[in-house]
Design a protein around this ligand. Structure first.
Ligand code: CP
Length: 309
């Protein structure tokens, strides 16, 4: 029997640069011609299996499928699924494969989507696994950068906050390291520095220049993008450490006085306290637009995974 191999998106490296560029192109076309896409997924079902909380990722996936004419089912917490009765992830995925055409899943354990892909009969999309990866947030980020900066090359990118546990950071660095003339400014407290393996395996290996600092203002005047992140409370073993570090960086208007006029301020959201609300009406604040762009890139991704032209 000639069994066709299904595609999964577990890690941003599962997509070539050409495929990412095509997804961005399709997402832009969707933004400009929404009506053209409103029946592309007629008769298709997306399952969203979220074993960890989410607002943007789950609802933007669901919005994406509904806007494509498809339908959605799923759960938003493990407690409301049979996981609470002790069902294994493999069994859950095997069963839901029979109820849907494509699955987007989030799980607190690193590697869970990879494990799920082994027992799935339909494409699996990683919607965030522990402190590991968040490839569809990265696609959202790349679409945002390409729209707001009109390019993905020649950029100095400041990454600020929890660079240790922030899965969006790890996926974004991996993706951006494929583009030309990228420089990273890594801004974090000592305890939340980017893991060594990301520095050696991604940055050093691809000869990407970077500097590390604890001072958010030190390189502010050089940045094209400032990507803020929240301290990932759910990854801490010790509440006291979280409390000590959670407000380490609070971006406000005063800290932006030396920033470029065309700086793009991003945040995957949710924000807790790391961007003061007085920044929200600054024209350089892109984080709410970024959340909206997530729908369009996920529409493009769903079509790609389902091989719909
Ligand atoms: N950016 C992001 O993953 O947000 P949610 O946790 O709300 O899905």
């Amino acid at each position: 029997m000639n069994m066709k191999k299904k595609r999964n998106l577990i890690d941003i490296r599962d997509l070539s640069t050409k495929e990412i560029d095509e997804l961005i192109e399709v997402a832009n076309d969707i933004i400009n011609h929404k009506e053209k896409y409103s029946h592309k997924c007629d008769g298709k079902i997306l399952a969203t299996l979220f074993f960890e909380p989410s607002t943007r990722t789950r609802l933007s996936f669901e919005s994406a499928m509904l806007r494509l004419g498809g339908k959605v089912l799923g759960f938003s917490e493990a407690a409301s699924s049979s996981t609470a009765k002790g069902e294994t992830l493999a069994d859950t995925i095997c069963v839901v494969s029979g109820y849907s055409d494509i699955i987007a899943m989030r799980h607190p354990k690193e590697g869970a989507p990879m494990v799920a892909s082994k027992s799935a009969l339909v494409p699996i999309i990683n919607a965030g696994d522990g402190g590991h990866n968040h490839p569809t947030q990265t696609l959202t980020d790349l679409l945002t950068i390409s729209i707001e900066k009109k390019k993905l090359n020649n950029l100095t990118i400041g990454l600020c906050g929890d660079l240790k546990f922030g899965r969006t950071i790890h996926s974004l660095i991996t993706a951006m390291s494929r583009y030309k003339n990228i420089k990273f400014i890594l801004i974090s407290p000592e305890e939340l520095k980017l893991p060594e393996y990301t520095k050696t395996e991604v940055l050093d290996k691809n000869h990407i220049p970077y500097v590390e600092t604890t001072d958010i203002e030190e390189y502010m005047n050089e940045l094209d993008i400032l990507y803020m992140t929240r301290v990932q409370k759910e990854r801490f073993f010790n509440e006291a450490d979280y409390v000590r570090l959670k407000d380490y960086y609070i971006l406000n208007k005063d800290k932006l006085v030396n920033a470029k006029k065309d700086l793009c301020i991003m945040h995957p959201l949710p924000r807790v306290n790391e961007i003061a609300t007085d920044v929200d009406d600054d024209p350089r604040a892109c984080y709410f637009k970024q959340a909206e762009y997530g729908v369009f890139i996920r529409m493009a991704l769903i079509m790609k995974m389902l091989e719909i032209k």
